[in-house]
Design a protein around this ligand. Structure first.
Ligand code: GLU
Length: 511
């Protein structure tokens, strides 16, 4: 087992207002790694691209983390009344509040001769690019300002010419990135350009702020999506230029759609909020996300958060992209739904039924929206229990149990006829059933008793089982798929069951 001391890891999201499931995976792995190694897990907000800021994005992000039960040790967090506050000794943890630090550090690099001001206009850079693309060369800054003298640069600055600050790339040097997942990655500086460290608005670029902050926040391991691999040699060079020790890097596998393309909005829902709204349970989503790129090397597929913390190591993180398989998520979610107690399931489902306007809360009591009739929680629990073994996600419950609470069912009367039967037989069977149900006492209207009595009816009259049970089930539910008719009738009770059977007889008679 690996063991690291004083581990400090961070997630460094840019507040774009959208928390992709890939971000959640990065957050989870950092959290698991920190907890496994008894280290610290930080949040840092990378908001230096002022053109991409979205109002409320930090709150969204913190809310997603709170929902997931991933708590940070340092950085911004949400108070119980949902205000954003900060904790930790290495703050501020929001980059736009650290501009003085970047200013100071860029000065150091300029003095060391590792960076230089560049006064090239956007137009000029554009022309250079066009020329390069015509000659089939990779786009690269042509180092036009690299050798300006100090006096030349100072005079341009004095005259107010806008400028950026670029990194002075060492010439023809191999940069070695040691990645804990990908192994050694070697890049020659000939393939890198004098990239921008400070933009003309005075804000640092991602590369510069990221490195400065990781250094001053004493980050020991950088774990992030592997779309950042190409940036890492630039970061390593920057650590060298400052003569700082670089953290260890671990680039996590890309999330792929079923067609093995990078998972994007085009593949349907990819934001954490979409999954919450659809009724995926927190523990199930975390369990599923943990397996996107990691595997303990055993057959185990269901993990609690504590088990994940205990078993998570970077040795078991894969290099290859991880396919986001919704069917597996549904399967895992179903497993978690089955594990809920009937009270937990009730608490989890009622908000969805209220949201779908099947139930309404009136003065603290639950009533059926269509009739205004009060319903006892025990009754709702009985109905929910019929579906708990079947549903994959909580939103399925709306479709699955809605018919129990409907005032009147709407369906095509033809559907009452079983495929091996006909209209006349169906009508006769429903009438026989109606008579029989009338005779059963209200207090004996239970699933088991119904089963016994109806089976006797079928046998005594030599009826076809399907020809009786199908129309009965359809009359009670109005749906192609539902629990069995005894269960539905038992849950609905005598009056409602009879009303539905009579309605079916009328409908079919009018055909
Ligand atoms: N701000 C980057 C992002 O949005 C952070 C990447 C990193 O972790 O270095 O993902």
């Amino acid at each position: 087992m690996d063991n690291f001391s004083n581990v400090r890891v961070r997630i460094a999201p840019s507040p774009t207002g959208f928390v992709h499931v890939g971000n959640l995976r990065t957050m989870l792995y950092n959290y698991l790694f920190a907890k496994h190694n008894k280290g610290k897990f930080l949040i840092r907000i990378e908001d230096t691209d002022q053109t991409r800021l979205v109002h409320g994005a930090v709150e969204n992000l913190l809310q997603a983390l709170k929902w997931a039960g991933i708590e940070s040790d340092e950085g911004p967090y949400l108070t119980t009344d949902n205000k954003v506050k900060e904790r930790g000794e290495f703050g501020p943890y929001v980059q736009s509040e650290r501009l003085d630090i970047y200013k100071q550090q860029i000065q150091t690099l300029l003095e060391k001769g590792k960076a230089y001001p560049c006064f090239c206009t956007k137009d000029r850079i554009e022309k250079v690019r066009e020329e390069q693309s015509k000659n089939k060369l990779a786009p690269k800054y042509d180092n036009f300002c690299r050798d300006l003298t100090k006096a030349e640069a100072e005079s341009m600055m004095r005259s107010g010419t806008p400028y950026v600050i670029r990194f002075k790339m060492p010439e023809d040097k191999n940069v070695i990135v040691k990645d804990m997942i990908h192994g050694e990655i070697v890049v020659n500086t000939k393939d890198l350009d004098d990239y921008v460290l400070i933009k003309s608005d005075g804000f640092p670029t991602y590369h510069f702020a990221n490195v400065v902050d990781d250094h001053f926040m004493k980050i020991t391991h950088v774990m992030r999506g592997d779309e950042w691999i190409a940036s890492t040699p630039k970061h390593v060079l920057l650590y060298d230029a400052f003569e700082w020790q670089a953290p260890q890097f671990a680039h996590l596998p890309t999330l792929l759609s079923k067609t093995k393309k990078k998972l994007s909005k085009r593949d349907g829902d990819v934001s954490v909020k979409d999954f919450i709204d659809k009724g995926y349970l927190k523990d199930a989503l975390i369990n599923f996300i943990a397996l996107l790129g990691w595997n303990a090397g055993t057959e185990q597929e269901i993990y609690t958060l504590n088990e994940l913390i205990h078993q998570f190591t970077l040795d078991n993180v894969h290099k290859a992209g991880a396919v986001f398989d919704l069917e597996k998520l549904d399967w895992i979610n179903g497993m978690y739904i089955r594990k809920m107690s009937s009270d937990e399931f009730y608490e989890a489902c009622v908000p969805y039924l209220i949201n779908a306007k099947i139930l309404t809360l009136s003065k603290g009591k639950v009533v059926v929206s269509s009739t205004g009739e009060k319903v006892a929680p025990a009754y709702i629990k009985d109905i929910l229990a019929l579906e708990q073994p079947r549903v994959k996600k909580l939103t399925d419950i709306v479709e699955a149990v809605g018919f129990f609470f409907a005032n009147e069912l709407t369906y095509d009367a033809k559907n009452l006829i079983w495929r091996k039967s006909d209209q006349a037989t169906t009508l006769t069977n429903l009438q026989l059933l109606e008579k029989l149900l009338h005779k059963i006492k209200k207090e004996e209207f239970s699933k088991d008793n119904l089963k016994k009595t109806i089976t006797e009816l079928i046998e005594k009259n030599g009826l076809d089982t399907g020809g009786v049970l199908w129309p009965m089930r359809y009359a009670l539910s109005g749906r192609d798929h539902s629990p069995d008719p005894y269960e539905i009738a038992g849950a609905l009770g005598k009056d409602k069951s009879l009303a539905r059977i009579s309605a079916a007889i009328t409908k079919l008679g009018q055909q």
